[in-house]
Design a protein around this ligand. Structure first.
Ligand SMILES: [Zn+2]
Length: 292
């Protein structure tokens, strides 16, 4: 069983919110050389076809800009056993509490995604504590993007990316997470450059999980490191039950990123990871956090 813990749902509404003056989602999709996303229902159906083609059972779909949980909710409503809703949230927005409540109840989102470097707050601030409290109350997970942050679509459209990378500090996250032992925490891309800090945080805090997604290009900042070494250390410290396979797949026609899956399976082989541990990493852990 393969479950993908990290896919972006680039809906028409996502495009409209990203660049409100660009003349609509369809025009923007053409500029990006993407297939037009259509309605959220159509895009969800396309994802199902894509997952079926690759033998992927379930996927987390991330609403990738604040205000787009509604699109992911629509896709999840049609395929509740295949999709798990994640949503980008800005906890320093004035209506944060109301948005959290609506997203977790009405929209049934299963994980709140924080991008502190993008929205400009520290992970040990009170606003993050409120996020954790909402997650604890509603049985949701918290996903926190730490480390380097590059948003391909923003880059491609020439949108400003004045991110403060200092704010994506896994050590500050560990402190927040320790206060809410019932809330699963996911750090994508092994901490995206703060690998050592992510391992320290995971070692200190048993609720911290690492997702393996993307090309993990951050490795170039980690002198001499390769993905095999990253997996070896992550397995030694976080252990197989806290690694979640993900691809970071996003737009069509590119679709699901088979290459990421194949490379990570190859690494499992070369590290001699047991079948049971592989099953946990590629599907079982996701199932445990987000029962279908
Ligand atoms: Zn991503």
């Amino acid at each position: 069983m393969i479950n993908d813990a990290h896919c972006h749902f680039f809906s028409s509404r996502f495009l409209e919110l990203l660049a409100p003056d660009a003349g609509g989602g369809e025009k923007l999709a053409a500029r990006l050389q993407w297939d037009p996303p259509g309605t959220a229902t159509e895009l969800g159906d396309r994802w199902i076809g894509e997952l079926d083609r690759h033998g992927v059972s379930r996927a987390a779909l991330i609403a990738s800009i604040p205000g787009d949980a509604v699109s992911v909710a629509e896709a999840v409503a049609h395929h509740p056993h295949r999709f798990v809703g994640f949503f980008m949230h800005n906890p320093v927005s004035p209506d944060s509490d109301a948005v959290l409540a609506r997203s977790l109840t009405e929209y049934q989102m299963a994980a709140i995604c924080l991008f502190p470097a993008m929205h400009g707050y520290r992970l040990d601030e009170e606003c993050v504590e409120r996020v954790f409290r909402a997650a604890a109350d509603r049985g949701a997970a918290v996903f926190v993007h730490c480390g380097v942050l590059t948003v391909g679509v923003r880059k491609k459209l020439g949108l400003p990316n004045r991110f403060d990378l200092r704010l994506g500090d896994p050590l500050a996250l560990a402190r927040a997470a320790l206060g809410f032992p019932q809330v699963p925490v996911i750090v994508p891309h092994f901490g995206a450059g703060f690998f050592r800090e992510t391992l320290m945080a995971a070692d200190q805090c048993p609720t911290i999980h690492l997702d393996t997604s993307s090309s993990n290009n951050w490795i170039r900042f980690d002198g001499g490191q390769n993905l095999e070494g990253v997996f070896r250390s992550a397995l030694a410290i976080a252990g197989p039950s806290r690694l979640l396979f993900g691809t970071d797949s996003s737009f069509f026609p590119r679709g699901w990123q088979t290459g990421i899956y194949e490379e990570q399976q190859r690494i499992m082989g070369s590290l001699g990871v047991s079948v049971a541990d592989r099953n946990a990493i590629f599907g079982g852990n996701f199932e445990r956090l987000f029962p279908g």
